[in-house]
Design a binder for this molecule. Structure first.
Ligand code: 6PG
Length: 472
């Protein structure tokens, strides 16, 4: 019997859909799951009648694969990956390749690439974005590791990934843990945009008195604009339209307001802090999830701390597409991308990843959760200037900022006056205002540091390092 082209370990929803995707694209496959009953269930169900066979143990799994073996591991990130590597390694041969397609911490991937390359196996850390549907129909894929390892999977991933007008949504990202680093930052941007849309919803509902259908109509309208056309706006519209079948009310209002997280947003912020990259909008989104999780405390504070009447305020009309609110959503979304790209640029220099910014924007244009028309503009901006320090200063984006800053300012001021928390909108406003201020007040911070700790300072009017005895 001929050997299979591709192996998959881990039959969760993502794993199942990815193997069905590979098989549909002409790659006969072998699957392995820790519990064999799950494998049987899959082979008799969604996998029936396809070029997919099962294996009871890892030895049989490896034996059924052609060489060099290409094995995608889709299991929970963390120590489970190390234990699969340890168990399968004795059966692998030189040139065989393991691909970790989960959301692993990029430093873990860095270590695994080094360890496995020493044994002459390849290891690819590949971010995969697009959720269950994307995995089946074509995700965005971010593979990192050695170029040789990537070459061995290129034909497979180019067929499996989403396709956009200028190619497949996959490219060689770079060495070591770069694929997972890029996926982590993708998720940080994802956190940002989700929170931005939640803030727009909160304002429309609490300050505008709007219902699900009306808010969904606004989302539909925004989704037709170049600036906001995106997958996340599209699914926000869908979420706002769904009714609870029991009473016909908006289902979203029945959902507990506590947001979970699996780690990638946190890792984005930790990396940014370590690298000295400013990501305030993304951090605000992460912190908003943390605040949401302390529901009991929020409820008791609500009864203790006085609030005041919420008077409606001018957020635009449906006819003008809620213009100022749209300004806020556009600028905060641009800020999330700008901060994520800036983090990638700084991380690339620090870790020697040599990331190609236009290519990263290109592979995010289809298949992934943050796909949007804006990414075409982002790709273009980095193509025109690969050394671009910040998206905000690329001509098209600078025009957007100038045009929309008054709207964002109005929305933040209106929200603040009414006591409505707008973490992403307000931190974006501070970010933009800081970024466009030539002289910030950190001269005084420097004076204080020098005053109590002799930390010294530089002057604007002459060269050198200075210290003053401030208290004498
Ligand atoms: C994707 C997503 C996905 C992620 C979920 C949940 O790109 O398909 O980023 O990989 O796991 O969105 O993330 P949180 O639970 O941290 O929100």
């Amino acid at each position: 019997m001929s050997k299979a082209h591709f192996g998959l370990i881990g039959l969760g929803v993502m794993g199942e859909n990815l193997v069905l995707n590979a098989e549909r694209n002409g790659f006969s496959s072998v699957v392995y799951n820790r519990t064999f009953s799950k494998t049987e269930e899959f082979l008799n169900g969604r996998g029936a009648g396809k070029q997919i066979e099962g294996a009871k143990d890892l030895r049989e799994f490896v034996e059924k694969l052609e060489r060099p073996r290409r094995i995608l591991v889709m299991i929970k990130a963390g120590s489970a990956i190390d234990s699969v590597i340890e168990t399968i390694s004795p059966y692998l041969e030189s040139g065989d390749l393991l691909i970790d397609g989960g959301n692993s911490e990029f430093r873990d991937t860095e270590r695994r690439v080094l360890e496995l390359e020493k044994k002459s196996f390849g290891f690819i850390g590949m971010g995969i974005s697009g959720g269950a549907k994307g995995a089946m129909e074509g995700p965005s894929m971010m593979p990192g590791g050695t170029k040789n390892s990537y070459d061995a999977i290129e034909s497979l991933v180019c067929k499996m990934s989403a396709q956009v007008e200028d190619g497949p949504c996959v490219t060689y990202i770079g060495p070591g843990g770069s694929g997972h680093f890029v996926k982590t930052v993708h998720n940080g941007i994802e956190y940002g945009i989700e929170q931005i849309l939640a803030e727009a919803y909160d304002l429309m509902k609490r300050a505008g008195g709007m219902k699900g259908e009306q808010m969904a109509d606004v989302m539909a309208r925004w989704n037709e604009t170049e600036e906001l056309s995106s997958y996340l706006v599209e699914i926000t519209e869908a979420c706002l339209r769904v009714k609870d079948p029991v009473d016909g009310e908006d289902l979203v209002e029945k959902i507990m307001d506590k947001a979970g997280q699996k780690g990638t947003g946190l890792w984005t912020v930790v990396s940014a802090l370590e690298l000295g990259a400013p990501v305030p909008t993304i951090y605000a989104a992460l912190n908003a999830r943390v605040m949401s999780s302390i529901k009991d405390q929020r409820l008791s504070a609500q009864s203790l701390i006085k609030s005041w009447d919420l008077k409606p305020f001018e957020m635009g009309t449906f006819e003008d597409g809620m213009a100022p609110l749209m300004d806020a959503v556009v600028l905060a979304s641009i800020a999330s991308y700008a901060q994520g790209m800036e983090l990638l640029r700084i991380g690339s220099m620090q870790y020697g990843y040599n990331l190609q910014m236009p290519s990263i924007a290109q592979i995010w244009k289809g298949g992934c959760i943050i796909r949007s028309q804006l990414l075409g503009r982002i790709q273009h901006a980095f193509h025109n200037n690969p050394q671009l320090p910040n998206l905000l200063v690329a001509p098209w984006f600078a025009d957007q900022v100038s045009l929309r800053l008054p709207g964002l300012t109005r929305i933040v001021a209106g929200g603040v006056e009414r006591g409505i928390p707008l973490p992403c909108f307000s931190s974006t406003l501070d970010y933009i205002n800081s970024y466009r201020t030539g002289r910030l007040p950190q001269n005084l911070v420097q004076a204080m540091r020098d005053c109590f700790g002799s930390h010294t300072y530089q002057r604007v009017d002459k060269e050198g390092i200075f210290h003053t005895e401030w208290l004498d």
